[in-house]
Design a protein around this ligand. Structure first.
Ligand code: ZN
Length: 237
């Protein structure tokens, strides 16, 4: 089984009625529901207003893949939690930051750049698969459309990705590297752009398929992932 922890800020759904109507169980609940359709995936949840923000060393030690959705409260995530999470990613835990998580402290720390981008409310997006043979593109059409999505456009201030699996084109003319992969330490990272809270993006079957694929791709092959400090401690023993 792949143990997936879905972390959600879980503020928009509770303070914006229209967002709560799209995601009555929270964005995490929606993602968890379609991931739970997979027999090889076991889901658990955490959100910002839980004790210690739903994060602990013990929880992360039993997590194979961490999915992260945040937007309005990136700064509230404690630096201690950010360091702890980055340590686990470097030790092999998979990491899937979604949409506005491009500005999460975790992603910015892993990238080492501002991760700034261009944006605009409400546009039609066409997602193009640039690497159809990639495991994250498994079962996904060569292109599909999201009728309403927030426009994220280039330049996107990230280091050159290992792979650009998906490209987004917006009706307003902009383009974006919408699905990119990295390795940091032993950990695999997949950033995926779709997922603005005001539109039912995570109800889209193709988006769901991509996230399922990304979970399987980013799951560490050696499940007992260890942070570099743990490796060092063992070597020195
Ligand atoms: Zn957004």
């Amino acid at each position: 089984m792949i143990n997936v922890l879905i972390w959600n800020e879980y503020r928009h759904e509770r303070c914006q009625k229209e967002v709560g109507e799209i995601y009555p169980d929270g964005i995490h609940g929606c993602i968890g529901k379609f991931l739970s359709e997979c027999e090889d995936i076991k889901v658990s949840y955490a959100y910002l207003d839980m004790e210690n923000q739903g994060i602990s060393d013990e929880i992360l030690s039993s997590t194979d893949v961490l999915i992260w959705w945040g937007h309005m409260a990136h700064d509230e995530v404690t630096d201690e939690n950010v360091s702890m999470i980055c340590r686990h990613i470097n030790g092999g835990m998979g990491f899937i930051p979604l949409h506005s998580a491009h500005h999460s402290k975790i992603f910015k720390q892993l990238m080492g750049t501002s991760c700034n981008l261009q944006w605009r409310h409400g546009d039609r997006e066409r997602i193009w698969c640039a690497v159809p043979s990639h495991p994250i593109a498994n079962g996904v059409p060569l292109h599909f459309q999201l009728e309403r999505e927030e426009m994220y456009g280039e330049p996107f201030d990230i280091p050159s990705p290992d792979e650009t699996v998906f490209l987004g084109w917006f009706a307003g003319g902009q383009v974006f590297r919408s699905g990119v992969t990295y390795r940091r330490g032993s950990g695999k990272i997949f950033y995926f752009q779709p997922g603005h809270e005001e539109y039912p993006i995570y109800h889209d079957r193709n988006v769901q398929q991509i996230i399922k694929n990304a979970v399987r791709w980013s799951c560490p092959e050696n499940r007992e992932h260890k942070c570099i400090e743990c490796f060092m401690a063992e070597i020195l023993e």
